[in-house]
Design a protein around this ligand. Structure first.
Ligand code: KIV
Ligand code: ZN
Length: 517
């Protein structure tokens, strides 16, 4: 049985997807979750893209143990040195060097000849090896490259000492049968390649990212590069959860295994959605809201009799919660702790105290508190990591007719101030009332609202993305009253901007959009 190395690039390629940017503390939180999930290699970022990204790689290298931590670098001295320096605190690190190999990239993007590309590829690998004995080489746009030239470049990278060779389908162009044949050709024709780890990195532009990754494995790839929820540039990267569960469910036929703790997949997916405010589509395999829902009566009937009639895996295998009533307002701290344990979360005493407080408040407003509510409460609490410069004290909204109005009271640095605003709906009015109390411009770039659970009294999770001080911040709020959740989300983003401002005044700012590859 071959072990497939799972290389997670959620924090690098994934974070490059529109609307998925995260702050440094958010990336660290997700990195810790990915380590617990059992990923083998964790790509923390692209050090040369911005000082913030370098700092974030450094903090992940320092604080996350388990996986090999890697950072991306173009095949240039300055990029490789930036990656090496950011990875310094890691106990196990890898430098990931790449250069494009397709003629279109060489002539249009890099303006270099094939010979120069060959030289730079080998030089980059050698330089990276002088800093780190684990070096991955990627031939960007490999699947649109001339195969004979690709063989030459990969041969040069292997001779230079690269320990992993990655073949990216950068633009999601290749078909499963083609990638299988390409990997077989490379293994047959590149001397020494079978002694290195061959890796696949597939994008989903034609919807084949997972199928192509599986085809590459069939031809001999032993590492797959993927992201949680399949987030990534354009249509995304291959989804980690789909590859892992395909290998798990079809293990008898495929004969491979991974080190992923599959029962942690769902919570990792939820954390990512929570941090970015980007939800997987409802019918998304493994982690979509409907992935384990059986709507049709005939299906329900079959599943009640024997789950295997319509299920090839159980929700428990990926840690997806049931939706039964779990706790009520009379439940206490111990019941709550036990339920969290059953969901796979071990809470510290401090966390338990905080979630118990919020749970009681929620149970007063909501008849049935479901597993999803508990996950939402926990994430909300765990991630509220910014100092609350502005705190929402009260919010009153009047709506109906053409215009809504709102009054808010906000406490900022010990003083409570009241503001008023109008808008064409209650949320717009609440935002206008908050705006009237702020001395900065807040431009709303994205607003999304999600019911964490079914039912009229569902906990509403609001996620916003706002442009403040020239940077993008995400903000989150959760409440059974969605107007209040929206106001909380706005203030969360504003508080993050305030925290970034004070950090900036000190040294590097801890958030911004990251420049892509
Ligand atoms: O898609 C791609 O080519 C990449 C490489 C930089 C590995 O992300
Ligand atoms: Zn990519």
């Amino acid at each position: 049985m071959a072990r497939i190395t799972v290389f997670d690039t959620t924090l690098r390629d994934g974070e490059q997807s529109p609307g998925c940017s995260m702050t440094a503390p958010e990336k660290l939180r997700l990195a810790q979750e990915l380590a617990e999930l059992g990923v083998d290699v964790l790509e923390a970022g692209f050090a040369a893209s911005s000082p913030e990204d370098a700092e974030s790689i450094r903090s992940i290298s320092r604080d996350v143990s388990g996986p090999i931590i890697t950072a991306l670098a173009r095949s240039t001295r300055s990029d490789i040195e930036a990656a090496a320096s950011a990875l310094e605190p890691a106990s196990r690190s890898r430098i990931h060097v790449f250069i494009a190999t397709s003629d279109i990239h060489l002539s249009q993007k890099l303006g270099i000849s094939r010979e120069e590309c060959l030289e730079q590829a080998a030089e980059g690998v050698r330089l990276a090896l002088s800093y780190c004995d684990d070096v991955e080489f990627s031939a960007e746009d490999a699947t649109r490259s001339d195969v004979e030239f690709l063989i030459q470049v990969i041969t040069a990278a292997v001779e230079a000492g690269a320990t992993t060779i990655n073949i990216p389908d950068t633009v999601g162009y290749v078909l499963p049968a083609e990638i299988e044949s390409l990997f077989s050709t490379l293994l047959a024709r590149v001397p020494g390649l079978s002694d290195r780890v061959l890796s696949a990195h597939c994008h989903d532009d034609l919807g084949f990212a997972v199928a192509n990754s599986m085809a590459a494995i069939a031809a001999g790839a032993r590492q797959v590069e993927c992201t949680i929820n399949g987030i990534g540039e354009r249509a995304g990267n291959a989804a980690l959860e789909e590859i892992v569960m395909a290998l798990q469910v079809r293990r008898e036929n495929l004969g491979h295994e991974t080190g992923i703790h599959t029962e942690r997949i769902y919570r990792t997916s939820r954390l990512l959605s929570y941090l970015t405010g980007v939800e997987p589509q409802p019918n998304k395999a493994i982690v979509g809201r409907n992935a384990f829902a059986h709507e049709a009566g005939i299906h329900q009937h079959g599943v009640i009799k024997n789950r295997l009639t319509y299920e090839i895996m159980t929700p428990e295998m990926v840690g997806a919660p049931g939706t039964e009533l779990v706790l009520g307002k009379h439940s206490g701290k111990h019941g709550l702790d036990a339920r969290y344990k059953a969901l796979g979360y071990s809470l510290t005493r401090e966390e338990l105290k905080r979630v118990t407080r919020d749970f009681k408040e929620l149970a007063d407003r909501k008849k049935t508190v479901l597993d999803e509510d508990l996950i939402s409460i926990l994430h909300h609490e765990v991630m509220e990591d910014v100092p609350e410069v502005h705190v929402l004290v009260s919010l009153d909204v009047h709506c109906g007719g053409d215009e809504s109005s709102a009054t808010v009271a906000i406490e900022s640095e010990g003083a409570t101030r009241n503001g008023e605003g109008k808008g064409d709906g209650p949320i717009a009015a609440a935002f206008a009332a908050i705006d009237s109390l702020l001395d900065i411009e807040v431009v709303l770039e994205r607003f999304s609202i999600r019911a964490a659970t079914p039912g009229r009294d569902a906990l509403g999770e609001v996620s916003i993305q706002a442009r403040i001080d020239g940077h993008t911040f995400t903000g989150r709020g959760a409440h059974t009253d969605v107007v209040r959740a929206s106001a909380e989300a706005l203030l969360h983003a504003v508080n993050k901007a305030a925290a970034a401002r004070s950090l900036e005044a000190g040294h590097a700012m801890a958030t911004s959009e990251v420049g892509g590859v």
